[in-house]
Design a protein around this ligand. Structure first.
Ligand code: 8DG
Ligand code: MG
Ligand code: MG
Length: 142
């Protein structure tokens, strides 16, 4: 079957921090549809994690980020999806280059809209890689 040739892919998830909050939006994309995720996307050939993070955040929200740093990685097999997938997610933390800048929903076919959420009061359900990150006790504010 088609899945026999499938390979794990690398996703980059960007935890953009503003004050005590992080930027999240409800996904419309096929994998994890209607779950809340941080901005991010596929690592492109030749790209650093930091370049991918800045590019995806810009493409999806228009925001410029800085202080881009590696947080941790998660390993997620989406076996229940219509098209099974396996992602290694590189989680990155960053802050806004300009804290006054507003997030725009630049890919409305992929996301319902962006909002800032407190880490202690995250929207549900979370996209699975993010849920794994939260359940591990990880806190981007510590
Ligand atoms: P791209 O083609 O623009 O690179 O990707 P995209 O259209 O932005 O797709 P995406 O679904 O936002 O990201 C690509 C994959 O990255 C997604 O299908 C699964 C993986 N991914 C994770 N964790 C995270 C996460 O926390 N946020 C985002 N946005 N994607 C993630 O494994
Ligand atoms: Mg994306
Ligand atoms: Mg994208």
């Amino acid at each position: 079957v088609g899945e026999a040739a499938a390979e794990p892919k690398v996703g980059v998830g960007v935890v953009v921090v503003k004050g005590e909050t992080v930027l999240m939006g409800r996904r419309r994309s096929s994998i994890g549809a209607s779950t809340f995720a941080v901005p991010g996307g596929h690592l492109e050939f030749g790209e650093s994690f930091e370049e991918c993070a800045a590019r995806e955040v810009k493409e999806e929200t228009g925001l410029d980020i800085e202080k881009i740093e590696f947080l941790t990685a998660t390993n997620t097999v989406f076996s229940d999806e219509p098209r099974p997938a396996h992602y290694v997610t590189i989680f990155i933390r960053a802050v806004l280059a300009n804290p006054q800048q507003e997030a725009q929903n630049l890919e409305p076919e992929k996301c319902d809209g962006w909002a800032w959420y407190s880490w202690n009061d995250l929207p549900k359900p979370l996209f699975r890689p993010l849920e794994t990150l939260v359940e591990s006790g990880f806190n981007p504010f510590k």
